[in-house]
Design a binder for this molecule. Sequence first.
Ligand code: KDG
Ligand code: MG
Length: 381
Amino acid sequence: MEIRHADVLLTRPGRNYVLVRLETADGLVGWGDATLNGREKAVEAALDHHICPELEGRDASRVEDVWQYLFRGTYWRGGPVLNSALSGVDMALWDLKGKAAGVPVHDLLGGRTREYATVYTHCGAETVDDIVDSAEAALDRGIDHLRVNVGDPSGQYLNVDRVVDGVSEVRDRLGPAPELIVDVHGRASPREARRIATGLEPADLFFLEDPLRPENKDAFRELRQATTTPLAMGELFTNPWEMRPLVEERLVDFLRVDLAHVGGITAAKKLATVAEHHYVETAFHGPPDLSPVGQAASVHVDRSIPNFGVQEYTDYTEVYGDAVADVFQGGATLDESVGGLDVPDEPGLGIEVDRAAAREYDYERSHLPTVRHDDGSVADW
Ligand code: KDG
Ligand code: MG
């Protein structure tokens, strides 16, 4: 299965996506997601100049070997740009492997462990009334895991009392049944994170996400000891080894890596296995800046592991209208009767990209909002 062409495609059907396309000498095409929100051109350049030319002529069936070559064999490893590029290549290789074998990727990963991947959706808003309205709409669609950020996403900077009071009120109004999630986005200091986590113990969260920034994972030890609120982290990991202390010491309950940044299907499957040994569950990142190819790849892994927790869900049609469906055909679909995602039983990832349609949606420069504290100093987005 020789790789004849390797290219990168940048398209914006509502939002910028970086896609890797591998074509084999016998005409099979594999797709992968290498999107890095706000830094898409950097990944495109890494693929275009450095990685794609080195893939041509390689054996596409040697997924692990290509992964090791791109991670270790090129000396510079990890980081958001190189690891997103590697992630896209890895997904495209698994897509090809499935297509060559005539089986869906989850079959190659060990086969189905569940019938669907339970999802959570975003119900964040500025006011509790709006959060409750959005939560009720989600519950009507069969989704009972709800992210209920108060002031989400770019409203007032973190205000501990507002988060604790607002989420507690949401819990009172929704009752005990729905699972509630809060994403702090690494905005809290250890002192603030402690107040949020302990203040929300009565609200019985499913998890508190990214309570602290990722640079110093040791800080999680202190938070872990201070609270019974379950903790989650991982969307910023761009080197699979970053999760070690969190998982090995069980400092988190959920590993939230993003398949387009952490090293694709190969890395996610291995990390899930290590997490399994420490009773840590998965909650893979699935925001709108992960393309439908990345979403499908995530669901293939979700479907093949024993320690799946929940899958973050983006409904692309709801967010971007028909544009995304113009470019991507197939992929994961929500079964509203169970609030879970499934992927088609097609060979490979079960999603195709219409290149002609993709080229109609031109890249536009964009990046995450800049957030500053009241005194003007830089804050975490
Ligand atoms: O690119 C950044 C987004 O992916 C991030 O803001 C989304 O935190 C996020 C989440 O949990 O979906
Ligand atoms: Mg998050």
